[in-house]
Structures are given as structure tokens and as C-alpha cells.
Write a protein that binds this ligand. Structure first.
Ligand code: MF3
Ligand code: CO
Ligand code: CO
Length: 277
């Protein structure tokens, strides 16, 4: 059974309870989401051959510190960094390391910044120099999957409508949706109800209501959907070692649709569109 509660009284997650937020929550998410997007914008100029993901992590940490924000992943369940950096066949939760990026790599950078207690969670793809045509196709398709999911996020639809829209587009492009990780409610909590699956059937799941706040963050593989987590306990990779991409926005359901809290102020969210411009 699904119940709904006022988000303001909420200190910890309880299963099956979906918070609905008011104007205060939307205002908080606007601020946190914008700063997280600005952090990812700042990194664009730094992603080039030779830069290490540890350097990118440090830049993100300093950006957060200088803007009065706290990186939510720092010391989260033992994680020790301000961003996740997932390169090529890494699906998500890649750990920053002291090793340079190489020409042709594609990398997802995922950041969550806490501003005044609210969590802005966003990730996007970066291309390191010239990338292959198939890597470009993967990034374009993943971006389009996210945007189709967002287009389905409105009252009258369900969480299943979001997943179905994403899965339909990925499979039409002969790519596959990762099943093992989902989008999530957030707000004053980092991970809350509801879960947002990036696959599924129209009309199933939870009805979307104004005030719900959650992420959509599809991971799309060029090959099989199967993933495994490496011995470090974090790094998820494709089992068949094919390329994977992800992008993520934090959104809030409104009366007529949704508001995206993590849009790039500089218009750099989709690296291919940004490059063409
Ligand atoms: N930001 C990720 C998400 O989209 C969560 C990362 S948790 C970490 O939900 F510990 F791996 F950083
Ligand atoms: Co997320
Ligand atoms: Co994230």
C-alpha cells in the first residue's frame, strides 16, 4: 500500500510512504539543484586528456565549500568523495582515482550538493577529446531517454509511464536499460520514496502527484543490461564490458507537469549539443 505524507515532518525514510512537498521544498530544491548543475558546468572546462578524476573530485569539493554547500556523498555509507566518476564501461558509482583520462573516454560525473538541507542530485556525460561515433550515439540516446522520462512525469501518469518511455526509446535504438539501479525520491533526505525504475509498463506503479520530488537517472548500455559490482563495493560495470552512459536530473511534480531543478545554466547538460553550438 502507498500512503502520502507532508514532507516537512520527515526525519527518516519509511518504506511505502511518499512525501509531498510544498513551496518551501520546491524553493529549497531550486537552489540546491541549480548549484549542483553549476558545479557540473564548472567541470566542463577541466575534462580533457590527462586530467585525473581525483583532480575533478577536488575541484567539485572546493566548489561546494566555496558556495556553502556540502557534497552529500562525502562519508555517505563509507564513500569518501564529492563526486562519482564513471568511465566507459563503468555504469555508475565509479570512484575518483589518481589516473589521467584518455582521449576518446566518455565519463559520467554525478554530484549531489546539500544546500540549506536540500539535496540537488544530477549527473551528466562528458566526452574526453574526440570520441567514437558509437559513444556519441550512446550519449545522445541516454540524454533522449532522460528527456522522454521527464516528459512523462506529470499528474495523471504513473512511475511506470516514466520507465516505459525510457525503455521504449532505449530499445528502439537497440540499446539496453540497466535494471539494478533506480531513480529515487529526495529532498531533505538523499534517498527517499518513491523508487523510479527506468523500465516497465505504462500505467503501473505509483500515481504521480503534485509535490512529489525525485530523480530520473537512466543508465543505458550499448550491450547487455547486466552489471556487476567490483570488489571495492562501489564500482558497477557492465558484465560484457560494453560502454554505458547515464544522465540524471532532480525534478518536482507540479499541477501541470514537472519542474526540473538541475538544468544547466550554461546549457552544457548534453555535451554533444554543447559542442555543436
Ligand atoms: N548520486 C548518486 C545517485 O544518483 C548516489 C551516489 S552514492 C555514492 O543517487 F556513495 F556512490 F556516491
Ligand atoms: Co540520484
Ligand atoms: Co546522482
Amino acid at each position: 500500500m502507498v500512503t502520502f505524507v507532508e514532507a516537512s515532518s520527515r526525519a527518516k525514510r519509511s518504506a511505502g510512504v511518499i512525501p509531498v512537498h510544498g513551496e518551501e521544498g520546491f524553493a529549497g530544491m531550486r537552489k540546491a539543484g541549480r548549484l549542483a548543475a553549476e558545479a557540473l558546468d564548472m567541470l566542463v572546462a577541466h575534462v580533457e586528456p590527462g586530467v585525473t578524476t581525483l583532480e575533478l573530485d577536488r575541484l567539485a569539493f572546493e566548489f561546494a565549500r566555496d558556495h556553502g554547500a556540502i557534497p552529500a556523498t562525502l562519508f555517505y555509507k563509507g564513500y569518501r568523495h564529492s563526486v562519482c566518476t564513471s568511465i566507459n564501461h563503468v555504469v555508475c558509482h565509479g570512484i575518483p582515482v589518481d589516473k589521467g583520462l584518455r582521449e576518446g573516454d566518455i565519463v559520467n560525473i554525478d554530484i549531489t550538493l546539500i544546500v540549506d538541507g536540500w539535496h540537488g542530485d544530477t549527473s551528466r556525460m562528458y566526452a574526453v577529446g574526440e570520441i567514437s561515433r558509437k559513444a556519441e550515439r550512446l550519449i545522445e540516446t541516454t540524454y533522449e531517454c532522460l528527456m522522454r522520462g521527464i516528459a512523462a512525469a506529470r499528474p495523471g501518469n504513473t512511475t511506470g509511464d516514466i520507465g516505459a518511455a525510457i525503455q521504449r526509446h532505449a530499445e528502439a535504438e537497440r540499446m539496453n536499460v540497466v535494471r539494478d539501479f533506480v531513480g529515487h525520491g529526495l529532498g531533505q533526505l538523499f534517498h527517499d520514496e518513491p523508487n523510479i525504475m527506468h523500465f516497465g509498463h505504462p500505467g503501473t506503479g505509483v500515481p504521480l502527484k503534485p509535490g512529489m520530488i525525485f530523480t530520473i537517472e537512466p543508465m543505458i548500455n550499448l550491450g547487455r543490461p547486466d552489471v556487476k559490482v567490483l570488489a571495492d563495493g562501489w564500482t558497477a560495470v557492465t558484465r560484457d564490458r560494453t560502454l554505458s552512459a547515464q544522465c540524471e536530473h532532480s525534478i518536482g511534480i507540479t499541477e501541470t507537469g514537472c519542474e526540473v531543478f538541475t538544468l544547466s545554466p550554461a546549457g552544457l547538460f548534453n555535451p554533444l549539443a554543447a559542442r555543436a553550438a
